[in-house]
Design a protein around this ligand. Sequence first.
Ligand code: IMP
Ligand code: MG
Length: 207
Amino acid sequence: MKRRKEKSRFRSLPALVYKIASMPELKVFLSREQIAERVAQLGAEIARDFQGEAVIFVGVLKGAAIFLSDLARHVPLDATFDFIGVSSYGNRPIAKEDPAGHAAWDSLGEVRLTKDMDQSLADRNVILVEDILDTGLTLNYISKLVQAHQPRSLRIAALLDKPSRRKQPIKAHYIGFSIPDAYVVGYGLDYAEKYRNLPDICVIENP
Ligand code: IMP
Ligand code: MG
């Protein structure tokens, strides 16, 4: 019954997205409507907190690109964008592995910079935008990097947070949803680079 309802909803999507979204192992965990509502609330919070000031959104490639573009449109302030790229050694699940990915995921946890910021962050209000806060290694690394630029302020906006997975203490100021330990894809989040284009956030079931 539930699956039929989901299928009929997916039918309204373009063919490619429908094909991916209706794969049996993907189950909608957070719908596009839920995401849109929460992202608008976060944007309003940021706008209130930085009223009368300029901000720079720094997105962590590639997962945060969709969240950043939606979030920033709910922040009617003087704003600029920048992007930073990082890769985590031994940190990405590969297709043949357990999609929960945790064996691979937990391994080395070394973070490496693949793309630096283009703009100076000195004396600016920086909002680091990340798709998901998991072990905390990535944001710890990036926060230190940003702090070295001596920004006026630094805040973290993470769409999702998995607090039970934390290895390094770090807190985001703006969190969309706190979720349990599950592997999620869609709305920018990938599994082996796939599924970033799903409009909903889904859990991979029955790998
Ligand atoms: P951390 O360094 O362990 O906090 O991991 C942060 C990064 O891991 C995120 O930017 C994501 O790219 C990735 N990640 C962690 N959990 C998930 C997930 O459930 N789905 C997709 N990517 C994830
Ligand atoms: Mg990421």
